[in-house]
Design a protein around this ligand. Sequence first.
Ligand code: APR
Length: 313
Amino acid sequence: MRRPKISVIGAGNVGASCAFWIAVKELGDVVLIDIPEAADKTAGKALDLAQCGPVHRFDCRITGGSDYDAAAGSDVVIITAGIPRKPGMSRDDLIATNVKIVGSVSKKIAEVAPEAVLIIVSNPLDAMVYTAWKQSGFPTQRVVGQAGCLDIARYRTFIAMELDCSVEDISALLMGGHGDDMVPLPRYTSVAGIPVSQLIPEARLNEIIDRAKVGGGELVKLMGTSAYYAPAAGSVDMAEAIVRDKRRIFPCAAYCDKEYGVGGYFVGVPCMLGANGVEKVIEVELDATERKQFDTSVSHVKELVELAQKNMG
Ligand code: APR
């Protein structure tokens, strides 16, 4: 039986962190790919990571470079390629650049790994998932975006900090887009089965939700660059669910047509991940306020997709 193969495109902060956790969890062989100008550096990162094997006791092959043939037959491909938003750069300029990058990467992956499940991490996420889907030609089930896993990890961390309890016992759900577009669902949050509303007063919980919403900005301020450990951890959790067919339920950017009445866009919803990618989108009951927030989030996704479409040509 062959080991699963997981390729990571974009070997920057998030990509290299993904490679590290894939290896430590022994999910499969790892292929890191970046632009030709960074081929040596990428090969070096792969070699450096491979040399953790004897210490962490993982037996997987880790290679790096710029040749897409190395990604042939990948089971999962995590796409983190792109440029970060630079000072003075408009959202539209960022989309224009990253649509080109994610589009060309997706096309190349479709050639060498036509059966892979794509996990998109590049931002602006909702536009990039759509781009990857269009340019790869993959079925919707095999294209999914990572944002919710990160947002929920931040939310669970802050709740555990507040209660001084184990993060393992916090179970939560949220929907919609990243940051301001997040739809928090405190009534679907529990601590070892106890509704969070019994443990944290509403006003304080709202402060925690607000901190999770701006969690990315808090880190940019502290580090001078966007976060990478937690985004990578969320992406690798998704990859694990797929290669191990765990059928775990995460908030992901998944294709919704009739689901939630979205009408054919990738939006943040609870979905089950397994060997086929998105095994199912789970429809939960939303009250009027939650529905309104979700609809606002979807309308922003539509605006982003429109911009992406313009840049795809
Ligand atoms: N093909 C492959 N790799 C590319 C390409 C391309 N066409 N264009 C750029 N890259 C690579 C860059 O060379 C760089 O190594 O993508 C990598 C991006 O890494 P970083 O700049 O370190 O960015 P990172 O912090 O990893 O974030 C990556 O994930 O969370 C999101 O918003 C974040 O969109 C960003 C992405």
